[in-house]
Design a protein around this ligand. Structure first.
Ligand code: TRP
Length: 345
């Protein structure tokens, strides 16, 4: 059921969920999947959902080659579909296809203190390290607030690292509402407790991330042989016992968490199964399970990518569902701040 369809009487009562990911690489890693898109696919059953690719945000750090960005955007859509996000039940669109995001962002920027924006960790850390930071990186969280508030979303499924941005979003919504009257839903972060936190294979104290060296990252579009090699070379811990103990055994615990998540079992069950076995046996099992998941995923992505025009049609449909909602919010906001409404002739 498309989110804006009026054929379902339940539509308007359902909780509205919105989330976005940046198309910053060609392949999702298993942490992106388990921490984000898998939840998205599950949420579409009982919620009215809007999922978008934050291509505007993808320019804030290091603007990629134009053709690369285009390819990443389409491939990100293909991966959402492969993860089970269904264009018949979710609005899937590109941020740059809905002009309201930047229109609302401007108004919110004018409500945000310079110091307040400067305290957002991503900007603060990068500027503290002396890296080149753009104004876009400074205003990034405000654009994110606009992404959320423009759809009057109730819940925003995100990882723990995004909590600060959702706090800012809530503050801006409350500030606007207090100054101009009730306009925005004040959204909640939706951070599933059960979702496994997947760590880097080479440094299991850090979250798995595309910005760390590739050897520690399990990309879902990696070759099976590459995935297997990365898992075999994963850093393990001293001792030989297979236990779940993230403090003293971060490497082994991470492998257990990955195996539990991709094979839909519990960590406790696995610890029982591997009683008396060594790290080697665990790695073999993890590699088999990851490959068994990643191979059909990659096949689905390749099949979708073979027909880019179909991806573009899905995005067009998604944007058609998103735009009226976004336009209504922008019109309301512009009127409330006192912009003279344009006369429609
Ligand atoms: N900043 C988010 C990330 O890097 C992506 C994002 C942009 C987002 N806009 C959003 C997430 C709105 C949720 C809602 O993961």
């Amino acid at each position: 059921m498309p989110p804006t369809s009026s054929t379902s009487p339940a539509t308007s009562q359902r909780t509205r969920v919105l989330s976005g990911i940046q198309p910053t690489s060609l392949s999702q890693h298993i942490g992106n999947y388990l921490g984000a898109t898998k939840q998205w696919a599950e949420l579409q059953d009982d919620h009215e959902v809007f999922f978008f690719l934050a291509d505007l945000h993808a320019l804030t750090v290091e603007a990629p080659e134009p053709a690369v960005l285009t390819q990443r955007s389409r491939q990100a859509v293909a991966q959402l579909l492969a993860a089970g996000v269904d264009p018949d039940r979710s609005a899937i669109f590109l941020q740059s296809h809905v002009p309201g995001h930047t229109q609302l962002s401007w108004v919110l920027e004018c409500l945000t203190g310079y110091g307040e924006a400067g305290r957002m960790t991503q900007f603060k850390d990068k500027s503290a390290r002396g890296e080149r930071v753009s104004v876009g990186l400074l205003t990034y969280p405000i654009l994110q607030a606009a992404d959320i508030l423009i759809y009057q979303a109730h819940q925003v499924p995100v990882g723990e690292d995004q909590r600060q941005h959702i706090e800012l979003t809530r503050n801006l919504a409350q500030r606007f509402n207090a100054r101009y009257g009730e306009t925005f839903v004040v959204p909640d972060a939706y951070i599933p407790k059960a979702s496994a936190k997947i760590l880097d294979l080479q440094d299991p104290t850090a979250k798995m991330s595309k910005s760390l060296p590739d050897a520690g990252t399990l990309n879902l579009l990696d070759d099976p042989a590459v995935l297997t090699k990365k898992i075999k070379r994963a850093v393990t811990d001293t001792g030989s016992e297979i236990r779940f103990d993230p403090q003293t055994k971060p490497g082994v615990s991470n492998l257990l968490a990955i195996l539990a998540a991709v094979s839909s079992t519990t960590i406790d069950t696995l610890v029982g199964q591997f009683d008396g076995q060594g790290y080697g046996a665990l790695k073999v099992a993890v590699a088999e399970a990851v490959v068994a998941f990643a191979e059909p995923f990659a096949t689905r992505v390749r099949e979708t990518m073979a027909d880019p025009a179909e991806i573009d049609r899905i995005l067009a449909r998604g944007a058609e569902q998103a735009r009226p909602v976004a336009e209504a919010t922008v019109a309301d906001v512009y009127e409330r701040v006192g912009f003279l409404p344009p006369l429609r002739t």
